[in-house]
Design a protein around this ligand. Structure first.
Ligand code: FES
Length: 374
């Protein structure tokens, strides 16, 4: 008689719960050390202290851009929203360098991989290193996905994606997600017009994939603009390129001058609510914070900071060895204790004025005199 054994597949939630239970048990057995102190020798991705990932491959997209396929380790939730970015920290010359890049993969647990697509910047040591120097197998640190450059759920019926250069990366994640969800029958693919400017066809990231997508989906219109030969898309030509742009919700990502011009154009049309922007650099108000004398308690150094100067910049100007990573408020490497005084977060105007508060020095500016513990 054949004996059949039922093998029950555990759900991901159940597996996760069991794994947490094993970890708690291990915590008791390994005290005073943390289980991570042992586990990382077995598998460097097994740590709950920080998010990590292993680079599985680097796929060349253009001469100066590549996609990193990363398998995240313990704690990664696969629940990001298309359009969000992640921080990635890579050891270079013994120090972790952090940058943030848009995720180009769709948020899904199946496959257990994420991708980010990077263009090497002429002055960007890290971007060049990520493209040229990361061997498959390299373990990197990751910061959880963040950012509100995302689509609503359900998406609007008519969308304009306005893209310049590597601004395609968050848009690619949105496009893939819209197409996938349409394929799953969740909602029909919206009427999408993608206008994407790049100097040449060779430099246009995902050009072939986008052409294929447009060929396969009637409601997706792809207008590539090659600025070396076609000239820049100026907004007085927008009526010609996308006659119904006023009836679309627009997501725009690209160089700052393009985004500034778009903001002005949409404001002039009294349609600024229909425009959603993503900027890749830290935005700060030039007059944020009053400035003041920033004193560095342990080193006895100080710096007279102009309005708009971050605490990190003040420390560097004073010759203090300030810790930092991304310089954009993502990785928290720069966090120090505010001993006294007050500082303002340039991203949202939040004020910190409690003694011994933790502040991110790369995104805070002094409001009057303040003292930092370093
Ligand atoms: S340096 Fe990354 S948050 Fe400040």
């Amino acid at each position: 008689m054949a004996v059949r054994t039922a093998v029950r597949e555990l759900s991901p939630t159940r597996r996760r719960r069991d794994w947490f239970a094993v970890r708690s048990l291990a915590e008791g057995l390994t005290t005073p050390l943390h289980p991570d102190d042992y586990l990382r020798y077995v598998n460097p991705l097994w740590t709950s202290r920080e998010l990590r990932g292993r680079v599985e491959s680097v796929v060349r997209e253009t001469e100066d851009a590549a996609t990193l396929v990363i398998r995240p380790g313990w704690g990664w939730r696969f629940d990001h929203k298309a359009g969000q970015y992640v921080g990635i920290g890579v050891p270079i010359e013994g120090r972790y360098q952090w940058r943030s890049y848009s995720l180009t993969s769709t948020p899904r647990r199946r496959g257990r991989r994420i991708t980010i697509t990077i263009r090497a910047m002429p002055e960007g040591k890290l971007s060049g290193h990520l493209i040229e120097g990361l061997a498959p197998g390299t373990v990197v640190r990751l910061a959880a996905p963040a950012g509100d450059f995302v689509l609503p759920d359900p998406p609007p019926e008519r969308i304009l994606f306005l893209v310049g250069g590597s601004g395609i990366t968050p848009i690619m994640a949105m496009l893939k997600t819209l197409v996938r969800r349409a394929g799953e029958g969740r909602w029909p693919l919206p009427d999408i017009h993608l206008v994407y400017s790049s100097p040449t066809p060779e430099r246009m990231i995902f050009r072939e994939r986008l052409s294929r997508l447009a060929a396969n989906h009637e409601s997706l219109t792809f207008t590539p603009i090659f600025t070396d030969t076609d000239g820049m898309l100026t907004f007085d030509r927008l009526d010609e390129v996308v006659p119904d742009w006023r009836e679309r919700q627009t997501w725009a990502c690209g160089p700052a001058p393009m985004l500034d011009a778009a903001t002005e154009h949409w404001q002039d049309a009294d349609l600024e609510d229909a425009l959603h922007l993503e900027r890749f650099t830290l935005e700060r108000g030039g007059d944020a914070g009053e400035g003041g004398t920033v004193s560095f308690q342990n080193s006895g150094k100080e710096h007279e900071a102009e309005p708009g100067t971050t605490v990190l910049e003040a420390g560097e100007a004073a010759g203090v060895g300030m810790p930092y990573g991304c310089r954009m408020g993502i990785c928290h490497t720069c966090t120090l204790t505010l001993v006294k005084g007050s500082v303002t977060d340039v991203r949202n105007g939040d004020r910190f004025d409690q003694p011994n508060e933790q502040i991110q020095t790369c995104v805070t500016v002094p409001d009057g005199d303040c003292t930092i513990a370093i």
